[in-house]
Design a protein around this ligand. Structure first.
Ligand code: DSN
Length: 441
């Protein structure tokens, strides 16, 4: 690369990733193949529109070509069409969906497109409160969508369940167009059947934002909302799913021609979503990223991915136990998925940001995070959030969680002693180098 400044930073980031352990539960390390697809010449191509609207499983590109008309606005699409069809077919197989829109540039774009597909301005959407583990795009007042739609928020109970009674009460009162189950900091498994029953009773679209656990669903260690009657599932592709940075919308229903405006019915959800993504909320798709998504979906369809997903959950459970044994107080007492929330104020009397900074110094990365009913502000919250998807990709197993928990405790105890922290950093570095990045192979 001629740009020495940027090349130097790429190399420095590679070293940072290799020499430390990524505990941020929304991050992961992609394969060399995913990286290659992302860095390919597909980035040169515009391809507004869709490859087709009939048939989904298009692994046989030649047959697909004959039966599926291309609906692009630009020429030269023979390869982009095949790439996008492969991505769609693989995503549908992976998640038992009737349709996949693989074009959203991010999870936020995916969520916005679903709201736009189903709601009018001012319609009500019921979602989990950000402070209780929900996500910014589920109606946090600072977001654009909160200005367009009327978001009503439910919370979690003391024992960590979603407050299903509150969901029922709010659904009865507001008759929401959408009931949304999804989270970015929730360590338990929601009861999708309970929510589906409420949604059916009040005529709401059932939407699941599974960005955090998509890889666990694909790997068969987390329930799939579609098995409980959910209509739409959104996700990012770069967290537990271990693909490129991007979004994905999966749906159940009939796939129709996105050039024709369909009636607003649950059956037409796939077409409504296609129209809401393009031209509704996005322009040209990122074909190089769609190619990388297709590669990641193929990887997730392999038997080894099931082992990976299982190991993520085993590692998280063990890490939770080891942390508890060292005095860390976990929100809701533990974890059922890949993610752990720690109340640092209750554990050791420091806030999450202070602990995040101490761990940064030794090469363990996690993030400060609000806990339910947090009394501290969002930028300096009481908790930290960590998880095991990335370290499991590196090859760490349950026994390695002992070491991580111990380093975390030592980092807290020595947080004001830079010399001791430096010794810990070297220990973390030596340990991490034993586990190459997937892109090293
Ligand atoms: N930023 C993501 C996360 O860390 O969970 C959610 O968008």
């Amino acid at each position: 690369m001629n740009d020495k400044a940027i090349w130097g930073l790429i190399k420095a980031e590679e070293a940072r990733q290799r020499d430390g352990l990524e505990l941020i539960p929304s991050e992961n390390y992609v394969s060399k193949d995913v990286l290659s697809a992302m860095g390919s010449v597909f980035t040169n191509k515009y391809s507004e529109g869709y490859p087709s609207f009939v048939g989904l499983d298009a692994d046989d590109a030649e047959i697909a070509e004959k039966i599926m008309p291309s609906l692009r606005y630009y020429g030269g699409q023979e390869n982009t069409n095949r790439v996008e069809r492969l991505a769609i077919g693989r995503a549908c197989r992976l998640f038992k969906a009737d349709h996949a829109n693989v074009q959203p540039h991010s999870g936020a774009q995916a969520n916005n497109a679903v709201y736009f597909a189903w709601c009018e301005v001012g319609d009500t959407i019921l979602g989990l409160d950000l402070g209780h583990g929900g996500h910014l795009t589920h109606g946090a007042p600072v977001t654009q969508s909160a200005k367009v739609y009327n978001f009503v928020r439910y919370k979690t109970t003391k024992n960590g369940d979603l407050d299903y009674d509150e969901i029922e009460c709010l659904a009865k009162k507001h008759r929401p167009k959408i009931i949304l189950v999804g989270f970015s900091a929730y360590p338990k498994v929601p009861d999708f059947a309970k929510v589906a029953k409420i949604g059916e009773k009040y005529g709401s679209l059932l939407m699941a934002d599974m960005a955090h656990v998509a890889g666990l669903i694909a790997g068969g260690v987390h329930p799939n909302p579609f098995d409980f009657g959910f209509h739409v599932m959104t996700t990012t592709t770069h967290k537990t799913l271990r693909g490129p940075r991007g979004g994905l919308i999966l749906s159940r229903g009939k796939v129709g021609n996105p050039l024709k405006k369909p009636e607003k019915t649950l059956e037409n959800i796939p077409t409504l979503i296609d129209r809401a993504v393009f031209p509704g909320t996005q322009g040209g798709p990122l074909v190089h990223v769609i190619a990388a998504k297709a590669v990641a979906f193929r990887e997730a369809l392999q038997p080894e991915f099931k082992q990976y997903a299982k190991q993520i959950v085993k590692n998280a459970a063990r890490l939770a136990e080891e942390l508890k044994a060292r005095g860390f107080q976990l929100v809701f007492g533990g974890t059922e998925n890949h993610l752990i929330l720690v109340d640092m104020v209750k554990s050791f009397g420091i806030d999450g940001k202070q602990f995040e900074a101490a761990l940064d110094k030794i090469g363990l990365n996690l993030n400060a995070n609000a806990i339910p009913n947090d009394t501290l502000p969002p930028f300096r919250p009481s908790g930290v959030r960590l998880g095991t998807p990335a370290i499991t990709t590196r090859g760490l197993k349950e026994k390695d969680m002992v070491e991580i928990a111990e380093w975390m405790k030592l980092a807290f105890e020595n947080r004001e002693d830079d010399e001791k922290l430096e010794k810990l950093r070297l220990a973390v570095q030596a340990f991490s180098r034993r586990f190459p990045l997937p892109s090293d192979n």
